[in-house]
Design a protein around this ligand. Sequence first.
Ligand code: TZP
Ligand code: MG
Length: 215
Amino acid sequence: MTVFNADFLKAYFVCGSQDVPGKSLVAVVQAALDAGITAYQFRDKGPQSTLTGETRRKTAQRLRDMCADAGVPFIVDDDVALAQQTAADGIHVGQSDQQIQSVVETVGGAMFIGLSCSNATEIKAADQIAGIDYYGSGPVFPTGSKADADPVIGLAGLKSLVAMTSRPIVAIGGIQVDQVDAVMKTGAKGSAVISMIAQSDDIAATVAKMRAAHE
Ligand code: TZP
Ligand code: MG
């Protein structure tokens, strides 16, 4: 079992087939691993996803193996069964996904657990539940990558969430390369990004900037 470490959150790449139209998800994730991401989350969902059934499972397993080879934690979004099948290092769930309490009971101890919390009420409730390792908070900025995103919280909103919990927070939502320094100054442990890496022309340079901000 991989023990959670807040350093995993520094340069956290989230990506599914829907985020790389016309490109190979495996190739994009390999480039991100080569560039030094500190965590990868398999988040494959929505009408633009091209993976289903056995292809989805096999792709997740391949990505899982690539992460293991790179020594980078592999995290599954919102699919406990897939996380178990692939022996993922971590699982991430949102507020409207499978109930966090049942996720903790099912996989707690076998993998680390992340929960999306976008406001003070959600953080207060989550802080009462033992076994959650980190929170993902945002969207910090407007995002084009999540159709049903919560309202934008801004850097000030992020800072106030960081201040109210002792658990590590990874910032998410609309973060681009020029904003990673400002995100770091809120006390967030890192940035979780889709488009900044998935749409980058120079993934090595993009990831280097993320890592430098949170070093
Ligand atoms: N959760 C909140 S915002 C978001 C998710 C999954 C999308 C982040 O994508 P991007 O492209 O980094 O804004
Ligand atoms: Mg979710």
